[in-house]
Unconditional design. Sequence first.
Lengths: 235, 74
Amino acid sequence: MLYLHETHRVMGRHAADFEALYREEWMPRLAASDGARLLWYLDHAMGSGPSYQVVTVIALAGGEAWEELAGRVLAGDLRDLDRRTDACRYESEGKMLLPVAWSELQEVDLGEVPSDGREHEPTLYMQDTGWPDAPLEDYVNLWNDDYWAIMRRVPAEHRLLDVVACFEVAHGTGVRPEAMLMQKIVNLELLGRLLTETREYDPSTWPGSYMAKGLELRDQWESKLLRTSRWSPIW
Amino acid sequence: MHVDLALRTLPGAGRRPEVTLVQKLESVPRLLHLLANEPPPEVTGPGSWMDRALELRDQWRSRLLRTAAWSPLW
């Protein structure tokens, strides 16, 4: 399964129109095919980064579904919708993601993904993108062995987040080497401490051990705080 | 939050037009609420300050910065 990840720089005056196009047109029209579904619609949380930036993730059953979607956008029934969407944004940067072996998100049952705009409370995600200067596989394994495998054993009341998915960029569709974590924030109070408290990390105990090991593989990454819309199919 | 400083770039010394606000957070719980929830209609709806500000700009960037423990100002 492929995951089409797009970061949209939306025009502020058209932000509501842009969201409506995804909620009322992209989501149901993607669902009209067997091979594509909108999964996430996420706003970059105000106060933590760029203005009017939206992230969308579309699940595609495979290469044929990608080709079918591209055909619909370029010369098919989604062409006009894509043009109207372009009129609401400055640009969109896309890449195709593949789940790594240990990612909890692997295949999605596309028939089970809601496309009716049902509402729920917003959820905050931390999207981490990293660019290692060591082999990508070593970096991805570090995220599992020294980060998530340990954090998942922390009692829920002391856990900041859950790693929902881990991806790498499919060859030829973006920056390589690059990997991405989609992490659901489950404790806002702990996020507040992470943002505001200065902490000395002890490399002999976790999480300091992870921080120390991580520096052997990379020192370049970016965290984004993204909030699902109330109708995002996955939240 | 409290706006401590409002700055603009001098000619020849960076990007123009550009202005910078340095704002001290006075309530972390309110920051967390801002991050985790949609802005309310009174902030973004017709006639609100964000709506009117769209006549002037729609591009900005926020950064959350934390002072070092020894920073002369904090």
